[in-house]
Design a protein around this ligand. Structure first.
Ligand SMILES: C[C@@H](O)[C@H](N)C(=O)O
Ligand SMILES: C[C@@H](O)[C@H](N)C(=O)O
Lengths: 159, 159
């Protein structure tokens, strides 16, 4: 399959929110995101990995300036559904490799993770699709990460 | 922001692979995906959530028929990087809601999770972008999930 990397896009000033230990049964994710939708919270990436012993974490990212909009609404939902603590952290950024045909993208993902790894940039979250590989990392590393990614993919600085 | 849901796409016969307890420091993700890329393994979704106490799980999905291609290569990498056990499971499917402008998609995500929750379909993994909300679920539930999603989004059965 032809893989074409078109460019790197970054988004600064993001916050990550994690609802920990969400019971892994139908309906819990719905409660969380219905609450956010009703409050008109704009969210970006949603990530949930598999549960290991009946619970899992659900995280999402959003604009750091919007974080106050959430207030305590998720803490209330977390209690309602029997989840654990809600964690919030500002000062993260998203870097995405955008392309087409990345379904066979273990090579593209490998290249991105490798350049970041060699550059000492820690990857906090990963979420991918056929056209985008997105990683969340510490905002202080975003310029360095963008430079590393441009070099790794042979892109000019404005790609 | 105008959100337009264009359709539902499903992919059956998927497998999920999880490398558990991956040390959350630069370079570990790179080792895993470089190994997969060198073996020409085609992967679909990659999901990694935040680490809680220095380690996190990294999961990916792939065509169920390709699972044997992985053999023991990830177990070797896991040992090398100090990760935990590698888990594999066939019999999952991916359902995606495809659209545009889903950046403000807490509403679209909420609607998808809600119809699945009400229908008793458990969501095993979540990975999203502005144009796609993908969930991984048990393959035996995929027809039911697709029907529920089409109804929830007011789409004809072939959308
Ligand atoms: C954890 C959460 O996604 C749950 N499995 C649900 O289906 O709502
Ligand atoms: C866990 C893994 O993603 C690690 N943080 C890395 O950067 O490679």
């Amino acid at each position: 399959e032809n893989v074409v990397v078109r460019g790197i896009s970054i988004e600064r000033n993001q916050a990550k929110v994690t609802i920990t230990n969400v019971p892994d049964k139908p309906g819990t994710a719905s409660r969380i995101f219905t609450t956010l939708a009703e409050a008109n919270v704009i969210i970006d990436v949603i990530v949930q990995n598999v549960s290991m012993s009946g619970t899992t974490d659900i995280s999402f990212t959003m604009n750091g300036d919007e974080l106050e909009k959430i207030g305590g609404m998720l803490d209330a939902v977390a209690r309602e559904i029997g989840a654990g603590e809600v964690k919030r952290q500002k000062g993260v950024a998203k870097l995405s490799v955008v392309g087409i045909g990345m379904r066979s993208h273990s090579g593209v993902a490998a290249k991105l993770f490798e350049c970041l790894g060699h550059g000492g940039v820690n990857i906090q979250m990963i979420s991918t699709s056929e056209i985008k590989i997105a990683v969340i990392l510490d905002e202080v590393k975003i310029e360095s990460a963008a430079r590393l990614a441009h070099e790794a993919f042979g892109l000019s600085a404005d790609a």
